[in-house]
Ligand binder design. Sequence first.
Ligand SMILES: [Zn+2]
Length: 218
Amino acid sequence: MDHKVNSLAPPGPLRHNQPMAKLYFSYAAMNAGKSTLLLQAAYNYRERGMNALLFTSALYASDGVGQISSRIGIAEPAQLYSETDDLYLAVHDATESAKVDCVFVDEAQFLSPEQVWQLARVADRLRIPVMCFGLRTDFQGKLFPGSSELLAIADILREIRTICSCGRKATMVVRQDPSGRVLTAGDQVAIEKSVYLSLCRMHWEEAVGRWPVKGPSS
Ligand SMILES: [Zn+2]
């Protein structure tokens, strides 16, 4: 993990062993392995005797238990956040009882814009790096609110790549009903687990019926 001090940063007063911290956003289409990368990065912190604080969205949590799990079978407990939680206060409170070296947020697309700013303050004022992982766009090709704010203000943006069946980079997501039919309408947040498929932009346009273009207007 790279937390180099920006050479333009003013010289201190930095706390011991705590350089300027950054807000990171690692974004991906569906099934790109972002939770695996998050858990691997958190593991790297712990392996070095550092304390990582993990958050994930309450939206998909069954029975109120927070967990970040990856398709390859690894999982870690995580604190749940919902839209009304103040994440700056949550991290600040955690630092009262233990040293916090890094904060990880999964499903960061579900953060409210205000919560993204709260996490920015964790980096800027508590000097704790914050690593957010999430989807960039929904199944209709629109930015999620949390992702939009993160793309706007994060210090470091990282794209986690996955590929379409054609071999191109998959940047878009389609949602399918149980019979495999592609859905083009519905809530941005589907609480029931739909099936999602990551496609390149070209094949996404075909899957959602935008290509070939119909009618004279477009
Ligand atoms: Zn494709």
